[in-house]
Design a binder for this molecule. Structure first.
Ligand SMILES: [Zn+2]
Length: 220
């Protein structure tokens, strides 16, 4: 905890000071262009891995970077997606999974979740991911390979779930928002992005200096 408090002091004396004008501008409102959905995993740092600044990313984080399909009852994810799209008008939604995801590991081995009933229940939103993995990858396959497929498949299934949200469906119909599937590799710091034409994840490459630049490139 001492380290965290020292970090707060350091932020005030250095990080905040360097961005004084930015924070002053942000104090009157936000206009992020990107909704970034990722895992709660401590090793995934959205702003760091995209070289983004405060105000750039509107973020949803939870175990397994899940976006439950829209429900009339209203979940936290429902409300946050709706606010990002319908109120803030984000132009891009990125679902970013990551290597070595514990949630995806639990999805593949539900028997390991006996002492974690809330996690087991939450992972019901990834049942379509589990079904796809079971349908396409042998149970005998290497665990690392099955986990990699689960992480990638889950990103795509969560993009499908996003489309069930009325705000997203309406924005897609107006071509006002684009959806992106990413996987972050913790060991190398690299990001692969889903290429719908090639139907596979491809390296974003050395040109990825910032998420803004990537999105300009993605927009063609
Ligand atoms: Zn994870």
């Amino acid at each position: 905890m001492d380290k965290l408090i020292d970090g707060v002091r350091q932020f005030r004396s250095a990080g905040y000071s360097e961005r004084r004008e930015l924070f002053k501008a942000l104090s009157s409102g936000q206009a992020p262009r990107i909704l970034f959905v990722t895992c709660s995993d401590s090793r995934v740092a959205p702003h760091l891995i995209t070289s983004s600044e405060p105000g750039d990313l509107f973020v949803i984080r939870n175990a397994g970077n899940l976006v439950p399909a829209y429900s009339a009852q209203g979940s936290g994810e429902d409300a946050t997606v709706e606010y990002a799209v319908a109120a803030l008008g984000v132009e891009h939604i990125i679902v970013c999974g990551h290597s070595g995801c514990g949630a995806m590991g639990g999805l593949l081995a539900p028997e390991s979740l006996g002492a974690l009933p809330a996690v087991a229940s939450w992972l019901r939103h990834a049942r379509s991911t589990a079904a796809c993995v079971h349908a396409t990858v042998s149970e005998d396959a290497d665990h690392g390979h099955r986990l990699k497929v689960a992480v990638e498949t889950n990103v795509l299934r969560q993009l499908d779930n996003l489309k069930t949200h009325p705000s997203v469906a309406a924005a897609l119909a107006r071509h006002a928002v684009k959806l992106h599937g990413w996987v972050y590799d913790i060991g190398t710091g690299s990001i692969r992005s889903y290429d719908p034409d090639r139907q596979t994840f491809v390296e974003l490459g050395e040109h990825l200096h910032s998420v803004e630049r990537y999105l300009r490139l993605a927009a063609g």
